[in-house]
Write a protein that binds this ligand. Structure first.
Ligand code: ADP
Ligand code: ZN
Length: 674
């Protein structure tokens, strides 16, 4: 069968994402393929679709059991005969899979690389009539990467033993890794290579200097209430304190870090995968096992490690192609911390140099005065024009020639012996005679007070931007005192001019632009559709997006199909899902107006109506507690109506103790926001 109808009928997609079609064609025609696509580019489809276009079985090697399980579930939901052989299976599961294999019933078989170590696997696959191999996360074969999986080295053998074409997929593009993949997976025979661009145009990029960092994160998260998000934190302790602060603000958040027991970590992953609108505050340990396409935002409470880490971490947002937002906070402390980590690490000197450079690239992005996406893609070797989807494009910054100020600061640093931190250097610049200044005689320096015309706060921002451009660095040999770098010499000599951002020298503004997923009038229907999806997902014990992705529900809310035929034209609804869920969602749409609760109808068109809807949504979300395991509780429609109308600060007159405990905090913060 050819690609287009399968794409529509099985996967419910209207068309290919950029690059997919060429890859699908190459894989389907039996070529060896190496495809490098950014995260979220839609790699799975590139082997799943060809698997259905040919006869027989396609084996998929994938490193993560949780991901395999989700993929198999999603495929089964779409009516495709798929299964997984992993250590997570029971004996019974395995027997079932092996039976299906021997009967040649399966089209896709996911196996963990560890399976390849067993002598029984190759004969089993031979009997099963394997026609092709697909390798997900192919960079796991690279010994130099962070994700090296020794069992991946067996994939090459498997290919030889089966004598079938192999398609390898990864998001990691550097030339060394590519060469290693070619050597180890393809025995040096040249596969057809596809290199898809790195741009993820649906991800909005924004940076802010830390001002009131906790507030900045809380504001950002509150403005995105009900949407799934990740807050990356620099330390384990911060994941805990931020989760608590978010919960106190009435949001639903949970911490995740490498110090937690594996079981607890898995529980967080599963909850995040399944639940709508949960926030995970996490260290970078959180990510690899997460395959949630509808993460709507990613915030960095601290500066990431390098530009690569930044790209990978924000890349976890918006994999479904719908808009996703990011906010990265940074400050001089972050720069100091990251530099220190590199300097104090065990890596050989040339590696440290490279790490500093990758940090510099990220800082350059943080302090950028032109389109962030153009800067980011530029780092990956791509050219791009202003994107229109970053904070700088939205509001081009006010810049000024900061050369003179920078020279003054450099000279103050030099004259004080490159041993002091920013505070002391600024004291010298603005002529502040502290005890230490007079003790060291720094008030007699020619630079003392030369920067009087600029207030302290602005000097802080200037020094931070100087660190960002790697003109100065905290020197670990001198207890983090600021030292000038080679790059600063040409500025000192007046050979280079430095453009600084003025807005970053003023107080940072909080990012509280609320972006709704749909227009106001469609919002109630969208939340009704989401509630239906949640109910179906809970019954089937699958993540919500396996039923339908956000994008599909949004389109439903906007187009409001009235018949199954109209429903079939919504993106993301294949034949199987139409048959399985179509009616139920149609009922939600047609019932949206008529089924409105009579008490809610009385509020129609009034401001309290919208609040009522949100309270109702909260009560359904929390009906079984934050983690969905507690005994069901609900609040009557009439109580919700009274609360929506009165907007009380204290719920004692409206709810009993158990309900206040379950819903109180979330209700009150919703009222406060209203
Ligand atoms: P990757 O593995 O490259 O990170 P996935 O294969 O998980 O990405 O795909 C990311 C998301 O994009 C999934 O939700 C998938 O359903 C969706 N997707 C893939 N291809 C298409 C397409 N042609 N049209 C619409 N959505 C797509
Ligand atoms: Zn831009």
């Amino acid at each position: 069968m050819s690609a287009a109808p399968l794409l529509r009928q099985v996967f419910g997609f209207d068309g290919f994402r950029p690059g997919q079609e060429e890859i699908v064609n190459a894989v389907a025609s039996g070529r060896d393929v190496l495809a490098i696509m950014p995260t979220g580019g839609g790699k799975s489809l590139c082997y799943q679709l060809p698997a259905l276009m040919r006869e027989g079985l396609t084996v998929v090697i994938s490193p993560l059991i949780a991901l395999m399980r989700d993929q198999v579930r999603a495929l089964t939901e779409a009516g495709v005969a798929a299964a997984a052989l992993t250590s997570g299976n029971s004996e019974e599961d395995n027997a079932q899979v092996i039976r299906a294999l021997n009967a040649r019933e399966l089209r896709l078989l996911y196996i963990a690389p560890e399976r390849l170590a067993s002598g029984a696997t190759v004969p089993l696959l031979k009997r099963a009539g394997v026609e092709a191999i697909a390798v997900d996360e192919a960079h796991c074969v690279s010994q130099w990467g962070h994700d090296f999986r020794p069992d991946y080295l067996r994939v090459g053998e498997l290919r030889r033993a089966l004598g079938v074409p192999l398609a390898a997929f990864t998001a990691t593009a550097d030339a060394e890794t590519r060469d290693e993949i070619m050597a180890r997976l393809f025995n040096g025979t040249e596969p057809q290579i596809f290199l898809r661009g790195f741009d993820r145009p649906n991800i909005h990029l924004a940076f802010q200097p830390k001002d009131t960092p906790r507030r900045q994160i809380l504001d950002f998260a509150s403005a995105r209430r009900g949407q799934s998000g990740i807050v990356y934190c620099g330390t384990r302790a911060k994941t805990e304190t931020l989760a608590q602060a978010l919960n106190e603000a009435g949001l639903s958040a949970i911490a995740y870090h490498g110090g937690m027991e594996p079981e607890a970590r898995r529980a967080v992953e599963t909850r995040f995968q399944r639940e709508d609108g949960l926030i995970v505050t996490a260290t970078v340990a959180f990510g690899m096992g997460i395959d949630k396409p509808d993460i709507r935002w990613v915030a960095h409470a601290d500066l990431p490690k390098s530009i690569e880490s930044y790209y990978q971490e924000i890349g976890r947002g918006g994999r479904d192609g719908a808009p996703a937002e990011t906010l990265t906070l940074y400050g001089p402390e972050d720069i100091r911390l990251r530099r220190g980590q590199i300097d104090e690490g065990q890596a050989p000197p040339e590696r440290k140099l490279a790490d500093h450079a990758r940090l510099n690239a990220l800082l350059g992005l943080a302090e950028a005065a032109t389109c962030r996406r153009a800067v980011l893609l530029g780092y990956f070797g791509e050219t791009a024009s202003a994107c229109g989807n970053c904070d700088i494009c939205a509001e081009p910054p006010d810049t000024f020639d900061g050369t003179e100020a920078v020279q003054k600061a450099l000279s103050a640093i030099l004259r004080t012996g490159q041993t002091y931190g920013a505070g002391h250097v600024i004291d010298v610049l603005i002529g502040n005679s502290t005890e230490r200044i007079s003790q060291r005689g720094h008030d007699r320096l020619p630079t003392f007070g030369v920067g009087r015309d600029i207030p302290r706060q602005q000097w802080q921002a200037i020094l931070r931007q100087m660190m960002g451009r790697d003109l100065i660095r905290p020197d670990p040999e001198r207890h983090g005192g600021l030292a000038i770098t080679l790059a600063a010499h040409s500025v000192l000599r007046g050979e280079e001019r430095i453009l600084l951002r003025r807005d970053l020298t003023a107080r940072a503004r909080p990012a509280v632009v609320v972006r709704a997923q749909v227009d106001d009038e469609d919002a109630p229907l969208l939340s009704a559709l989401k509630a239906k999806r949640r109910a179906l997902a809970e019954t089937a014990r699958v993540p919500a997006y396996v039923i339908f992705p956000d994008r599909t529900l949004i389109e439903m809310a906007q187009k409001r199909p009235q018949t199954l035929d109209e429903m079939a034209h919504i993106g993301g609804i294949g034949a199987k899902k139409l048959a399985r869920y179509g009616e139920e969602f149609l009922a939600v749409i047609s019932g949206a107006a008529s089924q409105m609760h009579p008490l809610r109808k009385a509020l129609a068109g009034r401001a309290s109506g919208a609040l009522f809807d949100r309270l109702a949504e909260i009560q359904s979300r929390l009906s079984r507690g934050e983690d969905g395991t507690e005994k069901p509780l609900s609040v009557s429609m009439s109580a919700l109506r009274r609360i929506a109308e009165d907007r009380p600060r204290d719920l004692a007159r409206y709810l009993d103790a158990a309900r206040i405990e379950r819903f109180g905090a979330a209700f009150l913060s919703e009222i406060a926001l209203d």
